[in-house]
Design a protein around this ligand. Structure first.
Ligand code: 9YT
Length: 131
């Protein structure tokens, strides 16, 4: 069985920090669960372009307020505590934090832990083939 805390994981290289968000990856590919599980903080007053062409992601909002704009149709979806959205169509989108948001995120296939978005908002399929 795997038991970890967010607090201890935040003190390790499981925590990845970027300009608009940070994320602590509690479960990764090498945990062999078939998915990865992350607690992500979206910083207030930010916009991030995301397009996971190689992954499916489900996102559950724990706290904070934000919105997702899907770029194929221009629709804006409000995000509040209790909202789930799932990128079941590899949706190209803008994620906006209005206030700071805490999100629980699941990726299939699992991330390896090294991923940060490229210039198109994409994660490569396998950032570290050795893992
Ligand atoms: C919602 C989202 O995808 N935010 C970007 C960070 C991602 N959750 C990650 O890499 O942990």
């Amino acid at each position: 069985m795997i038991v970890r805390t967010l607090a201890e994981s935040e003190q390790s290289d499981r925590r990845v920090v970027t300009r608009t968000w940070e994320s602590t990856r509690l479960l990764l590919k090498n945990d062999r669960m078939g998915f990865s599980f992350h607690i992500t903080t979206i910083y207030a007053k930010t916009e991030t372009h995301i397009h996971y062409q190689n992954h499916l992601e489900a996102v559950y909002c724990i706290s904070g307020e934000g919105e997702v704009e899907t770029l194929t149709d221009g629709k804006i979806h409000s995000i509040h505590p209790g909202t789930l959205y799932a990128l079941d169509r590899h949706d190209d989108h803008l994620l906006r934090g209005i206030t700071e948001m805490k999100l629980a995120c699941v990726f299939n296939p699992p991330l390896t832990g090294k991923e940060v978005h490229d210039e198109n908002g994409v994660y490569p399929l396998n950032a570290d083939p050795a893992s």
